[in-house]
Design a protein around this ligand. Structure first.
Ligand code: AP5
Length: 222
């Protein structure tokens, strides 16, 4: 099963991808995480992407498509994957279909997490992650059970993303509106798009996603 999560910054794509990854034995591929790793390594890709990411702009299609193509060719992706943050432009969406078709594969479902813009900035500015294991938290909706301690690994170190400042979020939302939202009709017309209410509490969003996957025939009810 190959899935795409679409939605604006802060919609919950990463949160829900990680849950599906565990439940269904799929591999989560976050192009944002991959780029942040390249930036941290100081690689050529990282150096090309860094300033754009900090400014809230998308990185060039050619760069991200090449990176994604390499990733989905890895053996761990053969049983199925969840794309979190890709595609983000029509050119990326079309190229993805082409590269998968060349391997006899396709995207089964595109899950669109629908969230009103007004709540996204608050969600993003409240986000922080464990510096050791990457577990995601939110000051308002999902704090660690014990303040200052990661639920997953017990670490006391947390970090915030460089592009989660409010002024950068405004730019990221503009990029989403102008370049990413227009690809929704591309998936709608081929019957692959499923809309999910991303404004519900996270556990209820997961339940809606599972229902959408069943409805689309991607999974069968247990
Ligand atoms: P990327 O890392 O993909 O960022 P994004 O799409 O802006 O999405 P986020 O990671 O901010 O949000 P999310 O939807 O995953 O939400 P999350 O689950 O964390 O991309 C970063 C940058 O990389 C881009 O700006 C671009 O420069 C570049 N890039 C990446 N891919 C690219 C591509 N394909 N092409 C070109 N450039 C690319 O949740 C957010 C917060 O809300 C968390 O704190 C969470 O705990 C909380 N939360 C989650 N669900 C709920 C809920 N239901 N209720 C309340 N709170 C919730």
């Amino acid at each position: 099963m190959n899935i795409i999560f679409l939605g604006p910054p802060g919609a919950g794509k990463g949160t829900q991808s990680k849950i599906l990854e565990e439940r269904h034995g799929l591999v989560q591929i976050s192009t944002g995480d991959m780029l942040r790793a390249e930036v941290a390594r100081g690689s050529d890709i990282g150096n090309q992407a860094k300033a754009l990411m900090v400014a809230g702009k998308l990185v060039p299609d050619a760069l991200i498509i090449a990176m994604l193509k390499d990733r989905i060719a890895q053996p761990d992706c053969q049983k199925g994957f969840i794309l979190d943050g890709f595609p983000r432009t029509l050119a990326q969406a079309e190229e993805l279909d082409t590269m998968l078709a060349a391997d006899g594969k396709s995207i089964d479902v595109v899950l669109f997490l629908d969230v009103d813009e007004e709540i996204l900035a608050d969600r993003i500015s409240g986000r922080f992650t464990c510096a050791k294991c990457g577990q995601t938290y939110n000051e308002a909706s999902n704090p660690p059970a014990k303040e200052g301690e990661c639920d997953a690994c017990g670490s006391h170190e947390f970090k915030r993303r460089a592009d989660d400042k409010r002024e950068t979020v405004v730019e990221r939302l503009k990029e989403y509106r102008n370049l990413t939202a227009p690809i929704l009709p591309f998936y709608e017309k081929t019957g692959r798009l499923r809309k999910v209410n991303g404004m519900l509490p996270a556990a209820e969003v997961t339940a809606e996603i599972e229902a959408a996957l069943e409805d689309s025939g991607a999974i069968t009810k247990k």
